[in-house]
Design a protein around this ligand. Structure first.
Ligand SMILES: NC(=O)c1ccc[n+]([C@@H]2O[C@H](COP(=O)([O-])OP(=O)(O)OC[C@H]3O[C@@H](n4cnc5c(N)ncnc54)[C@H](OP(=O)(O)O)[C@@H]3O)[C@@H](O)[C@H]2O)c1
Length: 239
């Protein structure tokens, strides 16, 4: 039986992916801070699962937490990192910027690092990280959020280069969702907000194909194309 860990399984996209993987027969490791939500999810799953409290903003403890979970499961085939935070922060409140960097940059990198080392030891595996379409351009409303996601997409490309050079059988999938109907989708005037189950279904299809980079949902692929090409002066008008 295949085994996967989802960090950030307590709500939103991570929770929806957990349900799909369980229906596909995966044994799951479920990690996040809100363990009561993980327990609720566990009771809804068809397959065996393990729960672990992990706060990725505290890196020494989260690295140990993920390593312990991997050991408890006697190794895993796939690690999916959906944990992330973000704030609409036009006033540049430092605590919000710092929290976003702590979680999305330091926190997620610590989990990537631990996951990749496990797959190097094991000889194979698949890492999946949920970044965002936001990675493509800067945002005046949420500058740290977009910048942290840009960091992640660049970091994952670097990890893919490392793996290729070392000739390892490890795949790294960077999923870049557009707006999805979860607690994370904040702000006014949001458009094309997609149902979480639809997004999770498309994410699973990309995971199965071991895509390097994928935009979900499909219509957000069109927005991504436009975002990549428009000049900065048009971004000002979108703020
Ligand atoms: N929704 C969107 O429109 C959208 C668009 C593009 C990308 N994304 C990305 O998708 C990912 C999942 O977000 P979502 O939309 O599903 O929102 P969500 O329901 O708010 O989920 C966020 C997840 O991150 C976890 N998390 C936050 N801080 C954490 C920490 N310090 N340690 C461990 N886990 C932490 C949360 O778990 P606990 O609070 O229980 O720890 C929760 O499971 C995020 O990386 C987000 O940036 C979302």
């Amino acid at each position: 039986m295949k085994k996967a860990i989802i960090i950030g399984a307590s709500s939103g996209i991570g929770r929806a992916i957990a349900k799909i993987l369980s229906s596909e027969g995966y044994i799951l490791g479920l990690a996040a801070r809100r363990t009561e939500l993980l327990t609720r999810l566990q009771n809804e799953l068809a397959t065996q699962s393990y729960i672990k409290y992990i706060d990725i903003s505290v890196q020494d403890k989260s690295i140990k937490g993920l390593s312990d979970l991997i050991d408890e499961m006697s190794g895993v085939d796939m690690i999916i990192i959906t944990s992330g935070n973000g704030f609409i922060n036009p006033s540049l409140d430092w605590e919000k910027e710092k929290s976003t960097i702590d979680v999305n940059v330091s926190g997620v990198t610590a989990m990537i690092n631990t996951a990749i080392k496990h797959f190097y030891e094991k000889g194979y595996g698949q890492l999946v990280v949920i970044s965002s379409v936001a990675a493509l351009r800067g945002s005046g409303g949420a500058p740290a959020y977009n910048a942290t996601k840009a960091y992640l997409t660049n970091y994952l490309e670097g990890i893919r280069c490392r793996i290729k050079k070392d000739n390892k059988n490890i795949s790294v999938t960077d999923i870049r969702p557009g707006l999805v109907d979860t607690d994370m989708a904040k702000g006014e005037g949001l458009f094309w907000v997609q149902p979480v189950d639809k997004a999770a279904g498309q994410i699973y299809a990309k995971i199965k194909k071991k895509k390097k980079v994928a935009y979900v949902t499909k219509r957000w692929g069109i927005i991504a194309f436009i975002l990549k090409h428009i000049p900065e002066r048009l971004l000002y008008k979108m703020e």
